[in-house]
Design a protein around this ligand. Structure first.
Ligand code: G6Q
Length: 541
């Protein structure tokens, strides 16, 4: 594929940016009273208002032309057909098969993957019904009261986010905890006060070799057995696994009848709707999980069928490319004005940054334009009383996606109207700011005027839905998954590998024996690491 910056579509965008790059949103809105209505698209219950992005109709045309030229549609179709688009790992990328309806069929290399997916979903459903109803009992015959998911990265962030997002729909009969960090405080605090006889662990690990997860799982096993009198047969009643590695699961002592499988074509950060979502299904039940999957599927269908100009993930992805490459914005805020989505920014950080934090294209050549932005965020309105100052008056422009819902799941008094007033006000303030004349007209003393001016022209989008449901959550996650895909397709990078996380793991394996067994420092280890290790040993002795 041609280098991105050598294409005529890229050149057209550069020219266009030179023409409109300094246009102010105040003027764009003043000149075009229909702008707010026109630059918004609605599909599957989500509205994307992108009228406060620093674009015009022509920008959208040029960006969709770029998408066509970069083969976004054919790359998308290749993904949905199970082609091995994760080239560096030689794998299909088929998280979209995880939410295809039972009657669908997708043959990949001679196997109907949809049938396999539904066989696992059915097995998960039977297990979840048993635990939720109390018919699954622990080693001493008592029902399970607490579920602890042990996993990290893609085997943790999705389950945590989904549990928090859907806790309004979760059963009160079970409580949920999550352990990810190898820091022992995580497992100690997660098990504090619990009765092992009523505690079920889900060890979630695609590979079942991840150091943090295996270390936590062994400690959980020891805690569980200590609380249950040491009878090893108790493990089968208090541990289940989600993995692709049956051999390692069996070696751990987990009955593979209680293992829920998935496939190498499900990437970790794309796995929350696979068996990795077992804790989610335990919380909201098989029907709630089916609604979540239906939401994903609805967005998948929209992504594959809507014209690019009215295609939510395509527009979201193209706006990200515009902001990153033309406006030069290195970061992207995501601010959910919904308390239940408090872990959504953390989830998106992995989804977006692990996918598109890449420095070479598919053929290994250095990229010629910046790739993935740094994604961060906090639920509103909390951020307004801290870092929003920089969003409004700092020297760095941070585009923001605001996420809002017309209705609260917990309506109390005026709260929700005030919440919505705040999100709309923040988007207004970022777009339109406050001129010196406006500030002065308030009677502000001259010397304070510059301090109160807000330049505005800070790009934002608002994603609006009626209310947060499992279906809606599915649409929202699939929206961002496919937006990431669109950006990766434009940049021609592999959005589905993660080689960058490997080096740290290798180095940690080399350092660990120096702490565990007092092994000598290997020749050539840097003096900073050597000195820090000496200090640590000194502090411990
Ligand atoms: C995600 C990454 C990574 C992975 C974790 C856990 O896309 O691959 O975050 O999910 O390293 O891996 P395991 O599930 O194999 O323990």
């Amino acid at each position: 594929m041609d280098a991105l910056t050598t294409t005529p579509e890229w050149a057209a965008l550069i020219d266009h940016h030179a023409q409109i790059g300094t246009a102010h949103l105040r003027d764009l809105f003043a000149e075009d009273p229909e702008r707010g209505r026109r630059l918004a698209t609605e599909a599957v219950g989500l509205t994307l208002d992108y009228s406060k992005q620093r674009i015009t109709d022509e920008t959208v045309s040029l960006l969709t032309a770029l998408a066509r030229a970069r083969g976004v549609e054919s790359k998308r179709d290749a993904m949905f057909a199970g082609k091995r688009i994760n080239v560096t790992e030689d794998r299909s990328v088929l998280h979209v098969a995880l939410r295809m309806p039972k009657q669908a069929q997708l043959m990949v290399e001679g196997t109907d993957v949809v049938a396999e997916v539904h066989a696992v979903l059915d097995k998960m459903g039977t297990f979840c019904d048993a635990v939720r109803s109390g018919s699954w009992v622990g080693h001493t015959g008592r029902r399970i009261r607490t579920v602890i998911n042990i996993g990290i990265g893609g085997s943790d962030l999705g389950p945590v986010m989904a549990f928090e997002a859907l806790r309004h729909y979760a059963t009160d009969d079970l409580s949920f905890r999550f352990v990810s960090n190898v820091d022992s405080t995580d497992i100690v605090e997660a098990t504090r006060g619990l009765d092992a006889a009523e505690t079920l662990f889900i060890v979630s690990s695609k590979t079942f070799t991840t150091q943090e997860t295996m270390t936590n799982a062994q400690s959980a096993r020891a805690w569980s057995l200590a609380g249950l009198g040491g009878d090893e047969s108790a493990v089968a009643k208090h541990f289940v696994a989600v993995s692709t590695n049956a051999e390692a699961v069996a070696a751990f002592g987990i009955d593979t009848a209680n293992m829920f499988g998935f496939w190498d074509w499900v990437g970790g950060r794309y796995s929350m709707d696979s068996a990795i979502g077992l804790s989610t299904m335990l919380a909201v039940g098989p029907n709630g999980f089916a609604e979540l999957l239906a939401g994903f599927c609805a967005m998948d269908e929209h992504f594959t069928s809507a014209p690019l100009e009215a295609n939510l993930p395509v527009l979201l992805g193209l706006l990200a490319v515009w902001n990153r490459n033309m406006l030069g914005c290195a970061t992207q805020g995501v601010m959910p004005y919904e308390q239940y989505l408090k872990r959504f920014p953390a989830y998106l950080q992995q989804l977006t940054m692990e996918s598109n934090g890449k420095h070479v294209t598919l053929d290994g050549s250095p990229v010629d334009a910046d790739t993935g932005a740094i994604v961060w965020g906090e639920p509103g309105t909390n951020g307004q009383h801290s870092f929003y100052q920089l969003l409004h008056q700092g020297t760095t422009v941070v585009p923001v996606d605001f996420i809002a819902f017309a209705r609260s799941l917990n309506p109390v008094g005026d709260h929700h109207d005030l919440l919505l007033a705040n999100v709309l006000a923040q988007a207004q303030a970022m777009a339109f700011g406050r001129t010196a004349a406006e500030v002065a007209a308030d009677g502000t003393p001259d010397e304070l005027v510059p301090h109160k001016v807000m330049f505005g022209n800070r790009p934002t989008s608002i994603l609006l839905a009626e209310v947060l449901t499992p279906f809606c959550l599915g649409t929202l996650i699939a929206l961002y998954e496919h937006s990431v895909f669109v950006q990766g397709a434009i940049w021609d990078i592999d959005s589905f590998d993660q080689w960058g996380v490997e080096l740290g793991k290798v180095l940690a394996r080399a350092i660990a024996p120096q702490l565990l067994d007092g092994a000598p420092a290997p020749a050539g280890q840097d003096s900073s690491t050597n000195s820090l290790l000496e200090r640590i040993k000194g502090m411990r002795s």
